[in-house]
Design a protein around this ligand. Structure first.
Ligand SMILES: Cc1ncc(C[n+]2csc(CCOP(=O)(O)OP(=O)(O)O)c2C)c(N)n1
Ligand SMILES: [Mg+2]
Length: 373
């Protein structure tokens, strides 16, 4: 019996501005107007300050656990830059840069990590609340893509997840559904080499994570995730594929978290100092600053001004988050559905009775609204 090849493929890696400052004109020339590169660089500086302060808020007991985003700003920012207002960005927890670019008020992220549900109440732009249950958000993105196809509104859903999340069943279900139903979804995997202390190679034996999308018949590409130009290039292509052809794309963005997994982690216990040092040299901030300075688009004076602006901007954000009125226990119930169900109403009342299991009807008519008793 003849043996023939029934399927062959290759995964391409895209890089435009490398860590040595080489720029591929053919791929990147005219891709992003200079003023936009400057604006995104400025934005990353604000995000860095936000990260630094969020870390300190946790350390000083003013906020709960926080996952530092430092080093991973580019993939989500590039996507937010490319996406249209009507599109959806469906993230996990290392996409602050993209979320802020899209218009999510920065204090909402602080409120989220302070355990305040109002941080998850988002009216300002088409982004979903941070997904902490690993992998769950990819299904939401597929659902949003399906809804938009059904409604013919031309919106696409762009979802973010880590390398570790591609080992979750949710990823495979979301990818299978999106590919087989021809849905306008962009899957962006931020491969930072680690799922907490588990190295990617331990939970993915394939040479690239990108090829996990191949099994579902998707376009798949790998990209330097610390290269703003390469990221914008591949996201643009994926968005076009989604918008014009209703086809999903899988993007594997190679990046690195320069901090610990979260403030509850100490990466020194499992990560080599050499590895960290290597990635520090690939820091997107250094790379972009070099690019801008070489072209006379940025100066030390501008840098100082932006750093100072970032400090006051983030200080104002912290003030908003910390000075917001304390939440009431009503929030737990009122934020669950569009309108409160009779069962939740009963629970809400019961919470205000003075003893466990007390019949809510025994609560005096003028009980304190929202007070915890
Ligand atoms: C369903 C689920 N299982 C386990 C966890 C605990 N957990 C939190 S982050 C994480 C690793 C995620 O790694 P990856 O997807 O690579 O994202 P990264 O944190 O590296 O950005 C795990 C296992 C969780 N939050 N949700
Ligand atoms: Mg990871």
């Amino acid at each position: 019996m003849p043996v023939k090849t029934v399927f062959e493929t290759k995964i391409q890696h895209v890089s435009i501005l490398d860590e040595l400052g080489n720029f591929d004109e053919a791929l990147g020339g005219g891709l992003i107007p200079d003023e936009d590169v400057v604006a995104m660089y400025k934005h990353i500086l604000v995000c860095r300050r936000f990260d630094e302060i969020a870390f300190k808020l946790q350390r000083s007991g003013r906020m709960g656990t926080y996952p530092e985003n430092r080093g991973q700003e580019v993939p989500s920012l590039a996507a937010a830059y490319v996406l249209q207002k009507k599109d959806w960005m469906v993230t996990c927890y290392r996409e602050n840069a993209g979320l802020f670019w899209r218009g999510l008020p920065m204090e909402k992220i602080l409120l989220h990590w302070m355990g305040d549900e109002r941080g998850n109440h988002i009216d300002e732009c088409n982004v979903t609340p941070l997904a902490i249950a690993i992998g769950s958000q990819m299904l939401h993105a597929t659902g949003l893509g399906w809804a938009s196809k059904y409604q013919k509104n031309g919106a696409i859903a762009c979802t973010f997840f880590g390398d570790g999340a591609t080992s979750e069943g949710d990823f495979h279900e979301a990818a299978n559904f999106a590919a087989n139903l021809n849905l306008p979804v962009v899957f962006v995997c931020q491969n930072n080499g680690w799922a907490i202390s588990t190295p990617t190679k331990v939970e993915c034996s394939a040479p690239t994570v990108a090829q996990r999308g191949l099994a579902y018949g998707m376009e798949c590409v790998q990209v330097d995730g610390n290269d703003l130009f390469a990221m914008v290039r591949v996201v643009k292509d994926a968005v076009e594929n989604a918008r014009k052809n209703n086809r999903p794309t899988f993007i594997e963005a190679l990046t690195y978290r320069l901090g610990d997994h979260t403030t509850a982690d100490d990466a020194r216990r499992y990560r080599d100092a050499d590895e960290l040092a290597m990635w520090e040299k690939r820091d997107p901030v250094i790379r972009l600053r070099n690019y801008l300075e070489k072209r006379d688009l940025w100066s030390q004076e501008q840098e100082d001004g932006q750093v100072a602006l970032a400090e006051t901007t983030v200080a104002a954000v912290v003030k908003i988050a910390e000075e917001i009125d304390a939440p009431t226990t009503n929030d737990i119930f009122d934020s669950m559905y569009e309108g409160i169900t009779p069962e939740l109403q009963k629970q809400r009342q019961t919470l205000r009775t003075s003893s466990l299991g007390q019949d809510p009807s025994q609560v005096p008519a003028k009980s304190q609204e929202g007070a915890v008793q």
